[in-house]
Ligand binder design. Structure first.
Ligand code: GLU
Length: 558
């Protein structure tokens, strides 16, 4: 039996040859410099900020260069598969405005380079595994788990690198030993389980000086010197399904990916991928190994975001709290590219897509994620969204995540007015952060949510009823801001309060308090809170009826 015969024995009837696949998926007809990127999430049901971070890089690179960004579902790890996970991936990313040009969608594939789901590509992987077998670059390996653990123990005792490589699997050199060759043939015919391993050409356990190295330019990390692989890694599992390594190489070649953006946890496997690309005679894509997302932990030190400890790692967090996608996008750009904030200061009104994103400006040592910073960015971003548009967006959010707020959306013009409050001042108010917070923040405009949260200030508590009565009696909804405040001042002085805080501060014994204490009583009666935007402006939005009702209720309760 020679290599070719072995490959035929293992894969007697595949529908296409390697050459046919090459012809079916020819190089893409794209302008010079156009990048083809992909996102390859595994459908584990957990889609996280790291996925989104990577997706932004992919999306920007492709769309800035007039290229293609596609979605590939990497479901070769059958143990981790979760029902509806693909739907979760697509809808979560869609929420953040990540749009694919090609690939898996909820209604099937779009594009000429599919199928885009790895579990549907079995024949393709097997065809290329067959090619490697036929060229003596791969071999079937029948080692059992027990045999492999004996090998590992032996390697440990000899202080050698763990793994299967030259000298450790007798099946590697089957062609040099007729007995093993006949065992291989018999066992394949008998249907015994086996994996297909790469027959690595690297030198095992070589010293640093002896180790051959490959110069690779990583778009994020710059020049890398990658050691030669020597491991006979599994490329096809017993189930016939490829490993990540093999699927990555075959798919990214056939789908004509130019830039592979992936987490730095894949860097240690790069030697394997280099050897596989070489064996298959294919050009290496440009790798962009992105840094891990970090945060400042409770102890003040940087640490990786953790699924267990950090709810903000899950994308669901942002959706259910109601962060506006534009805010998350804006924030991610600030951590993705060190020069983004400067650009934003110079171009406050520009669309973030106008920013020229580059992989060179990405951190290679851990990008720091900070929820407080996101909140700050969000306040600013929301200021730039038209209040009517924001109202519509909040409505959509509420319908999906918080139907208990349906009352907020009964009158959309009214809501837009509420959201607009203080936004056009010389120093615009920026207190809107995310949907759930906004619902709380504007709650006092709705009887359904109104509640008294703060207490009357001690200086004016005893006079609360008198203040509110006087205020209600003199209330004229058509007063302008100045007339309105004049009346409050009058009430204050009538009841023994200073008309100006500084008078009270100068002579505290002459007054019960000052006009601020008086207006806080009114504020609490109307809004239930000691802090709020301008009372007069709020009253104009609330309408006369609600203002009078709130005052009457507060008088009854005081
Ligand atoms: N399926 C891999 C993962 O979820 C993707 C890695 C890659 O982009 O190559 O980690």
């Amino acid at each position: 039996m020679n290599y070719k015969e072995l490959s035929e024995l293992i894969y007697p009837s595949l529908p296409h040859t390697a050459e046919e696949y090459e012809a079916m998926y020819p190089p893409r007809d794209l302008p010079e410099g156009a990048m083809v990127t992909r996102l390859g999430p595994s459908p584990t049901g957990f889609i996280h900020l790291g996925n989104l971070y990577g997706a932004f890089v992919d999306e920007r690179l492709a769309h800035q260069s007039g290229g293609v960004f596609y979605l590939r579902i990497e479901d070769t790890d059958d143990k981790r598969y979760v029902e509806n996970a693909v739907e979760t991936i697509i809808t979560s990313l869609g929420f953040f405005d990540i749009r694919f040009d090609e690939g898996a969608t909820l209604t099937g594939d779009i594009g000429d380079y599919g199928d885009y789901t790895q579990s549907h590509r079995g024949d393709i992987y097997q065809t290329f595994a067959k090619k490697l077998l036929a060229e003596g670059l791969a071999y079937p390996c029948f080692l059992s788990e027990e045999e492999i653990s004996v090998i590992r123990e032996e390697q440990e005792s000899q202080r050698l690198s763990p793994g299967i490589y030259a000298g450790w699997s007798k099946y590697r050199d089957w062609d040099k030993d007729p007995e093993i060759a006949s065992e291989v043939e018999t066992r394949i015919k008998a249907g015994d389980p086996f994996v297909i391993r790469l027959k690595s050409k690297g030198v095992p356990n070589a010293t640093a000086e002896e180790t051959k190295r490959h110069a690779v330019t990583d778009a994020v990390r710059g020049e890398l010197s990658v050691p030669d692989n020597f491991l006979d890694v599994v490329i096809i599992k017993q189930t016939g399904i490829p490993t990540y390594h093999f699927a990555h190489v075959v798919d990214d070649h056939l789908m004509r990916t130019t830039h592979v953006v992936r987490g730095e946890e894949w860097l240690p496997s790069l030697p394997i991928h280099i050897e596989l690309f070489e064996d298959l005679g294919w050009e290496l894509p440009v790798y962009c190994h992105t840094a891990q997302l970090m945060k400042i932990g409770e102890d003040g030190n940087k640490r990786k975001l953790s699924k267990r400890k950090d709810p903000e790692l899950s994308l669901d967090f942002y959706r259910s709290e109601g962060y506006h996608p534009a805010a998350v996008r804006e924030y991610l750009l600030t951590i993705l590219n060190s020069n983004y904030e400067e650009w934003r200061m110079e171009n406050p009104e520009a669309d973030s897509d106008e920013f020229r994103f580059t992989t060179e400006k990405m951190s290679s040592s851990g990008a720091l994620f900070d929820l407080d910073k996101l909140n700050d960015v969000s306040k600013n971003t929301l200021l730039h969204i038209d209040s009517r548009e924001l109202a519509e967006w909040l409505k959509g959010w509420s319908e999906e995540f918080a139907p208990e707020y349906a009352y907020v959306f009964k009158d959309m013009d009214h809501l837009a007015e509420i959201l607009d409050l203080g936004r056009h001042d010389a120093r615009p108010r920026a207190d809107l952060v995310y949907a759930r917070q906004i619902m709380g923040f504007i709650g006092y405009f709705f009887d359904e949510a109104f509640k008294v949260e703060d207490e009357f200030p001690a200086e004016a508590a005893a006079d609360a009823e008198a203040i509110l009565r006087a205020y209600l009696d003199s209330y004229d909804h058509s007063d302008d801001n100045e007339q309105w405040f004049g009346k409050i001042r009058q009430i204050a002085t009538d009841l023994g309060y200073a008309a100006k805080p500084k008078d009270y501060k100068k002579n505290p014994d002459d007054y019960k308090g000052h006009v601020g204490h008086v207006s806080t009583v009114i504020r609490i009666a109307l809004m239930g809170r000691a802090q709020s935007p301008d009372v007069w402006a709020i009253q104009q939005i609330m309408g006369e009826e609600m203002v009078r009702e709130r005052l009457e209720a507060a008088i009854r309760n005081s």
